[in-house]
Write a protein that binds this ligand. Structure first.
Ligand SMILES: Cc1cc2nc3c(=O)[nH]c(=O)nc-3n(C[C@H](O)[C@H](O)[C@H](O)COP(=O)(O)O)c2cc1C
Length: 237
């Protein structure tokens, strides 16, 4: 590898990293198993604490994905979800004030932006928000499973490793022309999803990736979120 090769490679990786975006409307097209295998192989190369590779995946498409969505629909109809969902959708009480001010401002800004995206397709935020639980209309959903670990230092490291694996999936999917969205909201489906997937009691769903070809005709997909410069305290530089 020459210095020029390195420079070219860095340029490509940087460009791919900076142009990745969260896709929330997908084309009605299947994704081949080969593609998903490539993405999961990329996930496997993520760094992990002591090389534990603490991630597992259950990949849903076709019938199993349809059954998952039917279950989500049933869950959203339950009275507890209806009320809890209202709260999480438009946070009230000390939800915002419990966060540092700059973070709560950014969360509010995010919800406002999601509201505008929903309006662009003729929906209110309230109507549009539940689509996150279905993983939007993605033809493939990669559920990400980890061991149920205590929320201590060890647990945090395990989750950080899994997050790195998810990011690898997002970056490679983007490079291959696929759209993807990290779905943390899937954790709200919790116990019910655990049972739906038939997981061992020691496992837990820690996230999901909605995957497919992006529908670029949708105004939802044509918006990009602004990125702020990082907060950095340079010392000795
Ligand atoms: C841990 C985590 C959880 C997320 N959960 C969701 C989710 O449940 N639904 C969703 O639509 N987007 C979700 N996202 C995507 C973020 O909203 C998105 O990354 C952020 O708004 C920045 O936009 P960008 O990915 O287009 O740069 C999640 C991202 C992360 C890292």
């Amino acid at each position: 590898m020459t210095a020029k090769d390195n420079e070219n490679r860095a340029g490509i990786v940087l460009e791919n990293t900076k142009t990745r975006w969260s896709c929330r409307v997908f084309r009605d097209e299947p994704v081949s198993k080969d593609v998903v295998e490539t993405l999961l192989d990329a996930a496997n190369y993520a760094p992990s604490p002591m090389n534990t590779q603490p991630w597992e995946f259950v990949v849903l498409t076709g019938e199993p994905l349809m059954r998952f969505r039917e279950n989500v629909a049933e869950w959203l109809k339950t009275p507890e979800q209806k009320s809890e969902h209202e709260v999480s959708l438009l946070p009230t009480g000390d939800y915002y004030t419990s966060l540092p001010k700059d973070l709560s401002d950014r969360k509010k800004e995010h919800l406002e932006r999601m509201g505008k995206q929903a309006a662009a397709v003729g929906m209110s935020l309230k109507e549009a928000y539940p689509f996150t639980f279905y993983c939007y209309n993605a033809p493939v959903v990669v559920t990400v499973i980890g061991d149920a670990v205590k929320r201590d230092r060890h647990g945090l490291e395990v989750h950080q490793g899994i997050a790195a694996a998810i990011q690898n999936i997002l970056l490679v999917a983007h490079a291959m022309g696929y759209g993807a969205c990290w779905i943390g909201d899937i954790m709200r489906f919790g116990r019910r999803l655990h049972e739906h997937l038939g997981l061992d009691s020691k496992k837990e769903v820690v996230g999901a990736v909605a995957l497919g070809r992006p529908d670029m005709d949708s105004p939802v997909n044509r918006q990009r979120v602004p990125k702020r410069p990082p907060k950095v305290d340079w010392r000795g530089y």
